[in-house]
Design a protein around this ligand. Structure first.
Ligand code: G4P
Length: 526
């Protein structure tokens, strides 16, 4: 038991999220360098899903295949075991990112100092907010011209709807960038633009130490003191419990490319970031230190090679110790299963593991037994929730173009939905099947995979919808009245739940006004 709690306490499982190009890959790589998991810069980069044009999605898929290796990056840093869960760079796979966020205990958000908060960051933050995920923000690219740091802080607060507290502060930006003052440790780090070298540190007693003037010049030292006074006056003190409750985000400044400010971020991160927390199952809350193993599948990675239709199911260990070859219960099917070749991801290598602890991710080779959201336990009946589907952004009717292959089409669609590639709704009015995605790319992926893996052909028919929302009400009569009035726009999801297909924001607002007894949900987790 002592060992289990020790293992849990030293684990930090998190994801780095950002709008494409803010520097997520670069930061990940630098963290791996510090952890000794890689030895040269550029090692992660080559595995990265580039922001390729739509027509090149096959290339993206190939790279996604490669990226299995980088899906989870585990390494030791001091006494800590760190698991970084990678999230796809391409926004058409945002759904993958949402799900990955259900498997992490905290998040680091990377923001470009010139661009500030961008659209995808805003969306991902919403998911974090839903779950009160603790968030640390890294403002990147200080070596380039950018915006005033105070302005950035204001924007972070208003756009991400979270209180912020700078724990480090830059001395100038761009060509004049001289370094950062670390408010958390009370140290001064001087910037030397070099991609591999770690910065020079000046040991100081306090913000009034004359060494600061010597290091950065009197003028900048005076400005720094003014800034720090302002920060301490305006921003709340850093309270760990507010951070852990997802209410306050500490902010660091630096340059990932120059490995500047990254170690400070990492050192603070391991100290304050949470170890695996209790997870709420439908039946009860499950604590990580419970002896019995339990976990859930948050991601399924398909092999794109049609001759090997195997997948890897990524299981997050929630409680107890996972052991190779032990009999575990697959909750949805009720089957007892043994996993002979579970893999874990350490220092960029995928190895078969004998055991894993809460916070760890194990990859289980699978031939279609698993579905996203499946729970596995040592026997107890548990169903982990918290793998929400969000309203898709794009919708199309799927039509079978080869009547001889309708069975194959159905099976293919079912399996792709199990993998979480997209969402399926059935229109109750005309019985037609609707696929909802977050990006155009997914339609192409689905069509290609249906043909190559299932021998089924389909075509898409445009459908202009604004949102799909799950509806419910305590008043059965009101619910029926709503369904009757909107019968052309009613659908059911794969679990048979009622979904309203709103074709415009206006229609949705009108519906919300006209039917106050109906609750409209924009994610399936309600
Ligand atoms: P992403 O994963 O969030 O999409 O971003 P990524 O790390 O790929 O970084 C996007 C671009 O920004 C890269 O340039 C990267 O080198 C650059 N970058 C990252 N951190 C910094 C920084 O601190 N300062 C500066 N000046 N640039 C930074 P690229 O030209 O797209 O790629 P590459 O050709 O350099 O590999």
């Amino acid at each position: 038991m002592a060992k289990l709690t020790e293992e849990i306490d030293r684990r930090r499982t998190f994801a780095i999220i950002s709008h494409p190009d803010a520097g997520k890959t670069t930061l990940t790589e630098k963290l791996l360098l510090f952890g000794g998991a890689i030895h040269i810069a550029g090692a992660v980069k080559s595995n990265k899903i580039k922001k390729t044009a739509t027509s090149d999605w096959m290339e993206i898929e190939k790279q996604r295949g490669i990226s299995v290796a980088t899906s989870v990056m585990g390494f030791n840093y001091g006494d800590y075991k760190i698991n970084i869960l990678d999230t796809p760079g391409h926004q058409d796979f945002a759904e993958d990112t949402y799900r990955t966020l259900t498997a992490v205990d905290s998040v680091i958000i990377v923001v470009d100092v010139a661009k500030g908060v961008e659209q995808q960051t805003r969306k991902l933050m919403e998911v974090c907010r839903m779950r009160n995920t603790p968030v640390i923000i890294f403002v990147n690219k200080l070596d380039r011209e950018g915006r005033d740091p105070f302005e950035i802080l204001d924007e972070l607060e208003s756009e991400l709807k979270i209180s912020v507290r700078p724990l480090s502060w830059p001395i100038n930006i761009g060509a004049k960038f001289k370094g950062v003052y670390n408010l958390y440790e009370q140290t001064l780090d001087l910037f030397t633009p070099d991609k591999q070298k770690v910065s020079e540190r000046v040991e100081i007693d306090s913000i009034d130490d004359p060494q600061i003037d010597e290091a950065v010049g009197e003028q900048d030292a005076a400005k720094l003191r003014d800034d720090i006074e302002l920060i301490n006056g305006v921003y709340p003190d850093f309270e760990e419990k507010d951070y852990l409750g997802g209410k306050l985000a500490p902010v660091f400044f630096g340059s990932a490319l120059n490995t500047f400010g990254v170690k400070e971020l990492l050192d603070c991160f391991v100290k304050i970031a949470p170890s695996p927390k209790p997870v709420v199952a439908q039946e009860r809350e499950v604590k990580p230190e419970e002896e019995q193993f339990s976990g859930f599948v948050f991601k399924i990675h398909a092999n794109m090679d049609p001759n090997h239709r195997s997948c890897i199911a990524f299981v997050k260990v929630c409680s107890g110790k996972f052991e190779r070859n032990a009999p575990y219960k697959h909750m949805r099917s009720g089957k007892i299963m043994k996993f002979a070749a579970p893999t874990a991801f350490m220092a960029q290598k995928k190895n078969i593991v004998d055991e894993a602890f809460p916070g760890d991710i194990v990859g289980i080779p699978d031939n279609g037994n698993f579905k996203i959201g499946d729970t596995i336990t040592q026997g107890e009946t548990l169903h982990y929730r918290g793998l929400p589907s969000f309203s898709p952004e794009m919708f199309k009717y799927i039509e079978n173009t080869d009547p001889m292959k309708s069975k194959q089409l159905d099976k293919g669609v079912q399996q792709l939905m199990d993998e979480g590639v997209a969402q399926l709704f059935t229109n109750q009015f005309n019985g037609r099947k609707i696929i909802g995605t977050v990006g155009q790319l997914q339609f192409e992926v689905i069509q290609y995979r249906l043909l190559h893996e299932y021998g089924a052909q389909c075509r898409w028919e445009p459908l202009s919808l604004y949102k799909a929302c799950w509806i419910e009400s305590d008043d059965a009569e009101a619910l029926n009245a709503f369904k009757k009035r909107k019968h052309q726009f009613m659908a059911i999801d794969r679990d048979g739940r009622d979904v309203f297909l709103a074709d415009s924001n206006y229609v949705l607002q009108m519906a919300q006004n006209d039917f106050p007894k109906i609750r409209f949900h924009f994610s399936s987790e309600y």
